[in-house]
Design a protein around this ligand. Structure first.
Ligand SMILES: C[S@@+](CC[C@H](N)C(=O)[O-])C[C@H]1O[C@@H](n2cnc3c(N)ncnc32)[C@H](O)[C@@H]1O
Length: 215
C-alpha cells in the first residue's frame, strides 16, 4: 500500500503498514527499557499493550507471567509479533488484536495498560485514546505511558508533524480525578542511545506511570 504523503495525509494504518512492509524488521526485537523498568515490580495479571508493534514488549510481559492483549493497527506488525511469540513458546499467552485505536478499543479491564511510543504521523487522537486507556485500568492497576519528547538525534528526513507530549501534558490530557489516582512516576529524561545502523546519539523520552486507587 503506498500513498502520496504530500497530497493527502496517510491514515495511521496506511502509514504504519507501509513502514512495516518496507522492511523485514523495524524494531530491535528487545523490549523497551522503560517498560521493563516500570513493569518489573508489578504483580503479573492482565496486561494491555497499545501500539504493540512487532511485539517485543508483549512477549517480555508474557514471559514474566502476564496474560497479554496486544493491539496494533498494522496487520503485518501483529503477524510478526504472533510469529515471534510462537517461537518463544508464548503463543497461548498473548491475544493479538487489530484495532485502529482512533475508532475502536479492545474489551475488558486490565491490571496494566501500557502505551509505549504510541506515536503516529497519522491522525491518531492520542488524548482520547489515553483517556479510554485509563478507563480500562482496574482499581490497583497501572497505566504506563512512555513516549519520545523529540525525534532521536540520528533521525534523518522530514520532522513531520508528530506530537511528542511531555509527561505533564499527558497527565493533563488524562484528566484523572486526584482522589482516584496516584502518580508513581512522571519524568522526562535524555540518554545516550544507538541508532538502527549503530549510530551513536541521544534520545529524549518521558515516562508517566499512574495507579488507579478506586473506581
Ligand atoms: C513508534 S511505534 C511503537 C511500537 C512499540 N510499542 C515499541 O515501542 O516498539 C507505534 C506503534 O503504534 C501503532 N499505531 C499507530 N497508530 C495506531 C492506531 N491508530 N491504532 C493502533 N495502533 C496504532 C503503529 O502501528 C506502531 O506499531
Amino acid at each position: 500500500m503506498s500513498h502520496d504523503h504530500a497530497a493527502v495525509p496517510p491514515t495511521d494504518e496506511q502509514f504504519w503498514e507501509d513502514r512495516y512492509r518496507g522492511s523485514d524488521q523495524v524494531w530491535s526485537g528487545k523490549p523497551n527499557a522503560a517498560l521493563v523498568r516500570e513493569a518489573a515490580g508489578l504483580t503479573p495479571g492482565a496486561a494491555l499493550d497499545l501500539g504493540c508493534g512487532e511485539g517485543a514488549d508483549a512477549i517480555w510481559l508474557a514471559a514474566h507471567g502476564w496474560r497479554v492483549t496486544a493491539v496494533d493497527v498494522s496487520p503485518t506488525a501483529l503477524r510478526r509479533g504472533a510469529s515471534h511469540a510462537a517461537v518463544a513458546g508464548l503463543g497461548d499467552h498473548i491475544d493479538w488484536q487489530r484495532h485502529d485505536l482512533a475508532t475502536a478499543f479492545p474489551d475488558g479491564r486490565y491490571d496494566l495498560v501500557s502505551a509505549c511510543f504510541l506515536h503516529s504521523r497519522g491522525p491518531l487522537p492520542w488524548r482520547a485514546v489515553l483517556r479510554t486507556a485509563s478507563a480500562a485500568v482496574v482499581p490497583g492497576g497501572v497505566l504506563l505511558v512512555v513516549g519520545h519528547r523529540t525525534f532521536p538525534s540520528w533521525h534523518v528526513g522530514q520532522h513531520e508533524n508528530v506530537e511528542f507530549p511531555g509527561p505533564d501534558e499527558v497527565l493533563a490530557a488524562l484528566a484523572l480525578p486526584d482522589r482516584e489516582w496516584e502518580v508513581l512516576v512522571k519524568e522526562a529524561y535524555e540518554f545516550a542511545a544507538t541508532g538502527p545502523e549503530g549510530q551513536p546519539g541521544t534520545r529524549s523520552d518521558s515516562t508517566l506511570k499512574v495507579r488507579r486507587l478506586a473506581d
